[in-house]
Write a protein that binds this ligand. Structure first.
Ligand SMILES: C[S@@+](CC[C@H](N)C(=O)[O-])C[C@H]1O[C@@H](n2cnc3c(N)ncnc32)[C@H](O)[C@@H]1O
Length: 285
């Protein structure tokens, strides 16, 4: 007997009951069904009694097994959305967050309509920030670095799939070799690792168990490590009048802004994210 869409939906919801909140289960079920069957939600609603193929059922079961151990659904579907761009993701990269869309939004608010900008994204991961900026600032010359070769591989694939041009460069911001990137930049943006290692145990399991540690953590005794390096880099590679935009840990707003001011940056500004948490800093030279 064939399993229908409606039955598959009930099955998914039952399997995930008690593991995720009810609203999340509803959206997970829809996402899993759409991904595995290729049938769009509107069509599912209008024709819930159509059969689900054996292949789709096998895929659904595999994803449910992953969800039961809190594996992020994006790693299993292999896709996500960032600032309207479809992106591939895998366990080599952080899953782009809505807070980071707010950082991109800040930059676009400041620079939309400005031509021929040179932009650098440090620690690009899936390429999300660099690609969203390249998409929305069409004349910009966008560069992006990471010290993870697999992340850069995926970022390049995301650029190709979206028909966007970004120069991806393997480079470690903790070492001065990164200064060999050509020329100076109008904008330097970064969402660097910023979670102290001691917070690992209090993070949700989907993050702590599956997202790449090197994208997340900094030593407890030096939580501002990446901001110091980004600042030293910007002092050489940011054009006069240019700006640095960084995402920050909600608890380190004061420390990060103080660091930029101490190093001679002007107009240092902090912004909260949609959840009212200190989340981003802008500073100019
Ligand atoms: C918090 S993730 C941000 C990823 C992506 N930009 C985003 O917003 O979702 C930090 C990124 O920095 C990269 N990274 C970590 N250490 C680095 C280093 N020393 N030099 C360059 N990139 C580094 C990680 O590989 C990771 O992709």
């Amino acid at each position: 007997m064939k399993v229908t869409l409606r039955q598959a939906d009930h099955f998914i919801r039952k399997e995930l009951q008690g593991i995720y909140p009810p609203e999340e289960i509803r959206s997970l079920s829809l996402l899993v069904l759409t991904h595995c069957t290729g049938i769009q939600p509107v069509e599912m609603h209008s024709n819930p009694d159509q059969p689900v193929s054996e292949t789709a059922l096998a895929q659904i079961n595999k994803i449910i097994d992953g969800l039961k151990i809190y594996k992020p659904v994006q790693y299993m579907t292999g896709t996500t959305q960032f600032y309207g761009l479809p992106l591939k993701v895998n366990e080599d990269v952080l899953i782009p967050r809505p807070e980071t869309e707010e950082l991109v939004h800040w930059i676009l608010g400041d620079y939309s309509g400005t031509s021929f900008l040179r932009i650098l994204d440090i620690g690009t991961g899936s390429g999300n920030i660099a690609l969203a900026l390249a998409k929305n600032l069409v004349s910009a010359d966008v560069w992006a670095t990471d010290n993870s070769a697999p992340a850069l591989h995926l970022a390049k694939e995301n650029a190709r799939e979206n028909g966007l041009m970004v120069h991806f460069v393997f480079s470690d911001i903790l070492h001065a070799g990164s200064y060999s990137l050509p020329g100076q930049f109008d904008i330097i943006v970064s969402n660097p690792p910023y979670i102290p290692e001691s917070e690992k145990n209090s993070l949700p399991r989907n993050v702590a168990d599956f997202e790449p540690s090197q994208a997340l953590f900094v030593p407890d005794d030096d939580p501002l490590l990446f901001y110091r390096k980004i600042i030293s880099f910007a002092q050489i590679k940011l054009k006069q009048g240019g700006a640095v935009y960084v995402e920050i840990h909600e608890n380190f707003g004061h420390e990060v802004t103080a660091l930029f001011r101490k190093e001679g940056f002007l107009n240092v500004e902090i912004r909260k994210d949609i959840n009212e948490k200190n989340r981003m800093v802008k500073a100019s030279l």
